[in-house]
Write a protein of this length. Structure first.
Length: 269
């Protein structure tokens, strides 16, 4: 009897917990009523999102968040996140939507819902005119020094795919670009748009992008599981942004050039 009673109590607690977690996620109507859209993104990843000298958030993600909030007639509350926090914060209801270049993967799709793609991310080679390579596979040579990011998934990929190249590690994308600009490294194999934003700091360097695509994926806005009204609203907004050219306008403003692989315009979602 005690064991049965204990089992019933545990089941009740789990059910209440599940109901509480479901209740935490806010619907589209809840967000509008509150007057605040809680947006999860980075605080230190320019040009995606970062704090400026005035202590205000700016970047591509902030432009998108403000665009959405203006349509909803609410204010934006930026919740700074690390990469690992983006999905858990959605699940726990601490944020309403997640930006931060949230790549659509099957593993994440088991945990949260996605909108239609907001933008792509592509891994390409950034080098200079003085480096006579035609393909990223040409970098698999001891004479090539690659400037890679410390702790990035792309760094592990480069180590696996280009084992013969020398690999120097740097803490930020700005450091990676600086190493190539100063001749301490010959190329970068990484998400190209992030890197291109820093090349304008070196206008005298003749930069070159090797257009053979190594990897690409779609990034979308993450929403809590089951919030269909919010997801449907965001899908319409994102489609309208793509159709009007706003997505590319915001991207070019912060990354220095249009996204090389724009999202195909498809009204069905």
């Amino acid at each position: 009897m005690n064991r049965r009673f204990f089992g019933l109590v545990c089941a009740s607690v789990l059910a209440i917990g599940a109901m509480a977690q479901t209740a935490i996620a806010r619907s589209l109507e809840d967000i509008i009523s509150s007057g605040v859209l809680r947006v999860g993104t980075y605080a230190d990843q320019p040009p995606m999102a970062s704090l400026n000298n005035a202590g205000q958030y700016e970047g591509f993600d902030i432009e998108v968040a403000n665009h959405i909030a203006n349509i909803m007639k609410v204010k934006v509350e930026v919740v700074p996140l690390t990469t690992a926090q983006r999905v858990p914060f959605l699940q726990s209801g601490q944020i309403d939507i997640s930006l931060g270049a949230l790549t659509r993967t099957p593993e994440r799709a088991l945990l949260v819902d996605y909108t239609i793609p907001l933008h792509s991310e592509s891994v390409l080679v950034l080098t200079t005119e003085g480096n006579a390579i035609n393909s990223w596979r040409d970098l698999n040579d001891p004479s090539q020094t690659l400037a890679s990011g410390r702790g990035y998934w792309t760094t592990d990929m480069v180590k696996t795919e280009l084992p013969n190249a020398k690999q120097d590690l740097y803490d930020t994308p700005a450091d990676q670009v600086r190493a190539v600009a100063q001749g301490r490294a010959t190329a970068i194999v990484d998400i190209i748009d992030t890197m291109m934003a820093f090349t304008k700091q070196y206008p005298d360097v003749k930069w070159k992008v090797i257009e053979s695509e190594i990897y690409s994926a779609w990034c979308a806005i993450g929403v809590p599981r089951g919030e269909e009204g919010l997801k449907n609203f965001l899908n319409v907004v994102i489609y309208d942004m793509h159709k009007s050219g706003k997505t590319q306008e915001y991207w070019a403003k912060w990354y220095g050039a249009p996204n090389p692989k724009p999202v195909p315009l498809d009204p069905v979602f």
